[in-house]
Design a protein around this ligand. Structure first.
Ligand code: NOJ
Ligand code: CA
Length: 561
């Protein structure tokens, strides 16, 4: 077990009851395959990440979250794990991971890893053993195997659909060559669901938690944290055709938000509590309301839960005010922070999403034939204003790699480059998530924009991305990167993450609040807002020409000296 690194304390991340680091941290999501590629094979890797830690230190984040880098056939970009306690050779070795963790801690940056407990890969030894074993065997009992319906078991056990499209059941061929049982997969057929009513599964995940905690990780982002437990008897369920497939809870969906799932996190909470350094769990749980999401962060469960209700709120001041109010109220009621987020590897990047011109259900993605194409300049302007607003709120915030560069969703990926299982399972009806996963541009004129030095990239980077390169933006005070860096410095200096929000009266179309000594104004309307006399601009999401705040701009103000 590692002891907390002294440099973490020096960095201002010391934990004390009520001021634990995860209450206020800004956590930067790294999607390893698209961040930086050290060996030039076109897929990002752990050494690539280590080589850019100084960029993250300069940006000013408190922690990083790594999307899965464990052994995996990569059918769902690593969310199909074959060995939870090893590194996939694509990304490096366990020694590379240990080195990365030491390097991050040495810079005062915490690191959390992704844990995927709802399902494994079909290449996991347990699933392979289950296929080889008999129906009713202990090997089968670790997953959700069932006999089919119909005279010959030819009908799936129920009507559930995969989140990625198509049926959630696949029939196997038994070892003797006859058509056999079916197994449940809420996602791709290569991702069989574990059976969380089996104590062996509980014991195995305790072991996996300890494996990473012993190496010194600061916590876990928990994948599909609302999905592990399924309703007794696996009753039929037909999702609403317009509805997103990831959301819901026990009130209406038999595989999301079942009450028993909380016992798992109470168990894990105790495991983490055995370790020093305030290790944390963050829930990826798509639930219908903030009140319900808050159940995941009760004092003896997880520490954070992504505020997806906030992420899904349109760029409208009344709706944003309501969701912020409700979040602060519902999380405060149980002593938890709100965990704000605007982008991740599953949603349309907010520099495009906030300027879509038609409804676009979460998970559909945007492609060249989608209705409601976004307006790029408007999207970036709103994204910068939205980020400046988010980073002024009390609580923790997650950033997704590339948003600090203002990257838009890549809409015109060629069809034959797409890799998301959603694209295949819906036969091209939904574009899926590749557009937010394109490798990052670091330098304007290097091969693959500095993603590596060979020019290979697992998804093609757009020709116009030179202007978004980190190197180009670093020296430009008006760039998106500079705005993020300035915001993170000011947020830390003014203690905004641990602060409290007080709304201020404001004209129509304006959100105004105070957090400690900082006043925050966002103008959503066409009428410019005068900066109050006696204040000084600490941060502006766009360069200001005069003394007024134009439309789609956020400013942070402090009293003039
Ligand atoms: C949520 C992850 O964020 C997503 O990328 C993945 O496809 C599903 N869970 C399945 O693991
Ligand atoms: Ca590589």
């Amino acid at each position: 077990m590692t002891s907390p690194d002294v440099s973490l304390l020096a960095h201002g991340l010391a934990s004390r009851p009520g001021r634990e680091w995860w209450r206020s941290a800004v956590i930067y999501q790294i999607y390893p395959r698209s961040f930086a590629d050290a060996n030039g094979d076109g897929i990002g890797d752990l050494r690539g990440i280590a080589a850019h830690l100084d960029d993250l230190l300069d940006l000013g984040v408190d922690a990083i979250w790594l999307s899965p880098f464990m052994t995996s056939p990569q059918k769902d970009a690593g969310y199909d794990v074959a060995d939870y306690c090893d590194v996939d050779p694509l990304f490096g070795t366990l020694a590379d991971f240990d080195e990365l963790l030491a390097q991050a801690h040495g810079r005062g940056i915490r690191l959390i890893v992704d844990l995927v407990p709802n399902h494994s890969s079909d290449q996991h030894v347990w699933f392979q053993a289950a296929l080889a074993a008999e129906p009713g065997s202990p090997e089968r009992a670790r997953y959700m195997f069932r006999d089919g319906k119909g005279a010959n078991g030819e009908i799936a056990p129920n009507n559930w659909e995969s989140v990625f499209g198509g049926p959630a059941w696949t029939r196997i061929v038994e070892a003797d060559g006859t058509p056999g049982q079916w197994y449940l997969h809420l996602f791709d057929s290569s991702q069989p669901d574990f059976d969380w009513s089996n104590p062996e599964v509980w014991a195995e995940f305790r072991r996996i938690l300890r494996f990473w905690l012993d190496r010194g990780v600061d916590g876990f982002r928990v994948d599909v944290a609302h999905g592990l437990v399924k309703a007794e008897g696996l009753p039929d369920y037909t999702p609403h055709p317009e509805g997103g497939s990831m959301g819901g809870d026990e009130a209406d969906v038999p595989y999301w938000g079942q009450r028993g799932v909380h016992d798992v996190y109470r168990d894990w909470h105790k495991v983490l509590a055995e370790y020093d350094g305030d290790r944390a769990l963050c829930a990826e749980a798509w639930l219908p309301t903030i009140e319900k999401t808050a159940l995941w962060v009760r004092p003896d469960e997880m520490h954070q839960a992504f505020n997806f209700a906030y992420l899904e709120t349109p760029w409208k001041e009344t709706e944003l005010k309501d969701v912020i109010d409700e979040s602060l109220r519902d999380y405060a009621a149980i002593g938890a922070p709100s965990t704000w987020v605007l982008s991740n590897h599953d949603v349309v990047r907010h520099a495009s999403r906030l300027a879509l011109t038609a409804e676009n259900p979460q998970g559909s993605g945007v492609g060249p034939r989608s209705a409601g194409q976004p307006i790029p300049e408007l999207g970036l302007r709103r994204a910068r204003a939205a980020t400046a607003l988010m980073l002024a709120l009390p609580g923790s915030s997650y950033l997704y790699q590339g948003e600090e560069l203002g990257l838009p969703e890549v809409i015109d990926l060629p069809d034959d480059a797409r890799q998301d299982p959603t694209w295949f399972r819906t036969h091209g009806e939904k574009y899926g998530r590749d557009g937010c996963r394109v490798p990052l541009p670091w330098e304007a004129s290097a091969p693959a924009y500095g993603f590596n030095d060979t020019g290979a990239a697992w998804l093609p980077q757009p020709a116009e991305w030179a202007r978004f390169a980190c190197e180009v933006q670093r020296g430009d005070d008006s760039s998106t990167l500079s705005m993020y860096r300035d915001a993170l410095r000011a947020r830390r200096a003014h203690g905004l993450g641990l602060g409290a929000l007080e709304w201020l009266p404001a004209q129509a179309d304006v959100l105004a609040f105070r957090n400690g000594e900082v006043t925050v104004l966002t103008n959503f309307g066409a009428t410019p807002v005068e900066i109050p006399e006696g204040s000084e601009v600490l941060l502006s999401s766009e360069p200001l020409a005069g003394t007024a705040i134009p439309q789609d701009v956020t400013v942070w103000l402090v009293a003039a000296p």
